[in-house]
Design a protein around this ligand. Structure first.
Ligand SMILES: Cc1cc2nc3c(=O)[nH]c(=O)nc-3n(C[C@H](O)[C@H](O)[C@H](O)COP(=O)(O)OP(=O)(O)OC[C@H]3O[C@@H](n4cnc5c(N)ncnc54)[C@H](O)[C@@H]3O)c2cc1C
Length: 495
């Protein structure tokens, strides 16, 4: 039997953006191939242990459908209610959620208390109370299975990574992908290529302009940017799960990691007085607790290592930290259950496309930002650089969005190619904008938009640069959604 090698769309990376793109492209009747390096789908949102959908601006479309399905199948069970997209933009009222709340001052090392419900509790976090930030936790394997089921009509190549690409003029003409288990390489072709790899591996292989680190203020006129370029990249986290036990238990640190993370831990404690600050989220069902440090490693340090080495160093830190939590923070009735197989990367390389979304665009909000008539994804998360603050703003806390902002379609387009779109956390965002846009919900919408753009361009025989934005927005029900945000903002004024 001959194996298909030519497609309408090839998608590199099956994370939040790539899987959303694949699902929508299949629905549009396109032939789709996804090459994903991991053994399953979902990327950071499954294999990285970030299995929490955050309900805020942007909770609609495929993201909302997946949450509904996870909930109704019981896979996301344990949460008290579904993400409610009607309340976007309202001021946060802790009582509405019925969630436990511990003031930050009582528990400074834990951004969220270990609650009785399935919700992660971020409520003590400074400065973000004005958005509804009520995460919906689900089991990673449930989302992976759901995505694979939706993609039965696509060719999904798991354990398969991009090796290189071929280009001619302003077009990508082929990609070579390699099966990581067998080493076999295949040459694949498509009309449109979507780079959903997070680290924009395809765009970089094709020579597109890319950035990494914090741009200076003069580059995009961002008031929070440093005076000069800084190699500050949002931090990475190796997430791990622990389970509660009835009896006292202290895990033995595996011999190969004994002591390896101690110096980092000591330095972190010396720097802030409390050590790593983490989000603790109790999973639905079995009640495991998901521990997400902010961060395990600064992004620039992560990028300085080969990936396997970065993972190993992070693992040493995880063990040092877990031992500290067990022996110094009272988590001594628990057991390490597992460490996720990939480091969660918040930021690495970003496209420098036709247009670059900036802090100024995000803070202008979706009714005032430039190109507001072509928005295809939304967010309301604060400018949230975690460990990676520019020196100029070293003491500054996260910067809140007063109203949601959007991502215009043009920001997915590289300058160099007419059949390539970049839809993932590495899209054409400045360092500061990327610190806000990166949420799963926003990435999922970028993927959906890229799929609709591909479908329209392929049907009309034009380049993706000429895709009809009205069509993309109709498919995304963007106008309806923007009207809903506007209504809720008006309501919020009167709460
Ligand atoms: C620690 C942490 C905490 C976070 N907390 C939250 C949160 O609470 N809520 C929230 O909404 N968001 C959160 N985020 C952000 C969010 O999880 C990510 O930004 C989002 O999941 C990124 O989606 P993506 O599709 O752009 O990239 P990814 O999910 O990273 O997907 C990229 C995919 O491409 C694949 N890939 C990479 N290179 C290749 C290659 N060469 N060949 C083939 N495939 C390749 C990867 O394996 C991966 O599956 C957090 C992120 C981190 C790291």
């Amino acid at each position: 039997m001959s194996v298909r090698t030519d497609f309408d769309v090839i998608i590199i990376g099956g994370g939040s953006a790539g899987s959303a793109a694949a699902c929508r492209a299949v629905e549009e009747g396109l032939s789709v191939c996804v090459a994903e390096r991991l053994p399953g789908m979902g990327g950071t949102a499954t294999y990285g242990g970030i299995n929490r959908f955050e309900q805020c601006a942007g909770t609609h479309g495929l993201h909302e459908q997946l949450a509904q399905e996870l909930y109704s199948e019981g896979s996301g069970g344990g949460t008290k209610e579904l993400p409610n997209s009607q309340i976007v933009g309202r001021y946060f009222d802790e009582n509405e959620t019925g969630a436990e709340h511990k003031p930050f001052a009582e528990c400074p090392w834990a951004l969220s208390s270990i609650g009785a419900h399935g919700y992660g509790m971020f409520f003590s976090r400074n400065d973000v109370h004005h958005v509804i930030w009520n995460p919906f936790a689900y089991l990673p394997e449930a989302l992976d299975a759901m995505l694979r089921k939706r993609l039965r009509r696509a060719v999904v190549l798991l354990n398969t990574e991009l090796a290189d690409c071929e280009t001619s003029g302003d077009r990508i003409t082929a990609v070579r992908v390699r099966n990581r288990a067998t080493g076999v390489t295949s040459r694949l072709t498509a009309k449109v290529y979507l780079d959903c790899s997070g680290d924009i591996v395809l765009s970089r292989a094709a020579g597109c302009a890319a950035a990494c680190g914090s741009e200076p203020e003069r580059q995009y006129g961002e008031s929070l940017a440093p005076d000069e370029y800084e190699n500050t990249v949002n931090g990475c986290t190796l997430v791990f799960n622990v389970e509660s036990l009835r009896e006292r238990h202290i895990d033995e640190v595996p011999s190969e990691f004994r002591g390896t993370g101690n110096r980092w831990l000591r330095d972190t404690i010396a720097a802030n007085g409390v050590g790593p600050v983490s989000c603790f989220t109790r999973y639905p069902h079995q009640g495991d607790i998901n521990i997400n440090m902010l961060p395990t490693m600064e992004g620039a340090e992560y990028l300085s290592y080969p990936p396997d080495e970065a993972y190993r160093v992070c693992l040493g830190r995880v063990w040092a930290y877990w031992h500290f939590l067990q022996t110094e923070r009272g988590l001594d009735h628990m057991r390490m259950k597992h460490v996720f197989p990939i480091v969660g990367v918040r930021e690495s390389y970003r496209l420098v496309g036709e247009y670059v979304l900036t802090q100024t665009d995000c803070q202008a909000g979706l009714f005032r930002q430039p190109r507001a008539d072509s928005l295809i994804a939304y967010g309301a998360h604060s400018l949230d650089t975690h460990g990676a603050r520019s020196k100029k703003h070293a003491g500054q806390i996260d910067t809140v969005m007063k109203i949601p902002y959007g991502v215009p379609y043009a920001f997915l387009q590289p300058k160099e190619y007419t059949n390539l779109l970049v839809a993932c956390r590495g899209a054409s965002f400045s360092h500061l904008a990327a610190s806000a846009t990166r949420l799963i919900v926003t990435m999922s919408q970028l993927g959906e938009a890229a799929a609709y753009a591909s479908a329209d361009a392929i049907r009309r025989g034009v380049s993706v640069k000429e895709a009809n934005v009205t069509y993309i927005r109709e498919k995304l029900r963007a106008e309806e959604y923007e009207a809903r945000i506007a209504r809720n903002l008006v309501k919020a004024e009167h709460v």
